[in-house]
Design a protein around this ligand. Structure first.
Ligand code: GRF
Length: 208
């Protein structure tokens, strides 16, 4: 059984999808040992509480410098025995020290088909605005391992979603969440928890 620590900043619908999938037995060999937010009022913390999951708030704003924040985050991940760290709508740049320590054990969900509409500045509604502005007919979501770049790590799963002609960024965001994000994030956790995949250079492969 692996311990998953989920890092969040906001509403936490991806966290909820993971909680539900674990409770339904669709994700096996995994338990969420803690939810950590950088915002005290993140609704994701209420979701954790409702399911009896320990939670913490660790904000870079409460520390004098990045080094101290990194140490606090590392200490929390150790406290909750994190085997896997899931960034689920976490709007903080993860310190390099933390990325290096958890390389291969930290994943992120991004609401587009990487390498389109990703990288610095592409978060939240900006991603979907960019898709609509470019006139893409298909978009989707990607779960990837976190490396030192922004949205550049090895890709674990992707799922495509149709773009409709009268979509607004909000409508498209909702469809991408419902049809892609809430499905592939739990699936990726299940693959890792059951040791089904490995990283070969820049590419994630299935164990045979
Ligand atoms: C999602 O669109 C996710 O892909 C992105 O941030 C959003 C978080 O939503 N990284 P929620 O907090 O899980 O509801």
């Amino acid at each position: 059984m692996i311990n998953v620590v989920v890092l969040v900043s906001g509403g936490g619908t991806n966290l909820q999808a993971l909680i539900d999938s674990i409770e339904a037995g669709e994700v096996s060999n995994a338990t969420i040992s803690a939810v950590i937010s950088n915002k005290k009022d993140a609704y994701a913390l209420t979701r954790a509480e409702k399911h009896g999951i320990p939670s913490d708030c660790i904000s870079p704003k409460d520390y004098d410098n990045g080094e101290e924040f990194a140490e606090a985050l590392l200490a929390a991940l150790e406290k909750y025995n994190a085997d896997l760290v899931v960034l689920a709508g976490y709007l903080v740049i993860v310190p390099l020290k933390v990325i290096d320590k958890y390389y291969g054990r930290m994943i992120n969900i991004h609401p587009s088909l990487i390498p389109s509409h990703c990288g610095p500045g592409y978060y939240g509604l900006h991603v979907h605005e960019s898709v609509l502005a470019r006139g893409n007919k298909v978009t989707g979501a990607t779960v990837h391992f976190v490396d030192e770049g922004t949205d550049t790590g090895p890709i674990i799963l992707q799922k495509a979603v149709d773009v409709m002609e009268d979509d607004t960024p909000e409508v498209l965001q909702k469809r991408v969440m419902e049809q892609a994000e809430w499905k592939i994030l739990p699936q990726a956790v299940d693959l890792i928890a059951n040791d089904k995949i490995y990283i070969d250079g820049k590419v994630v492969k299935n164990r045979r």
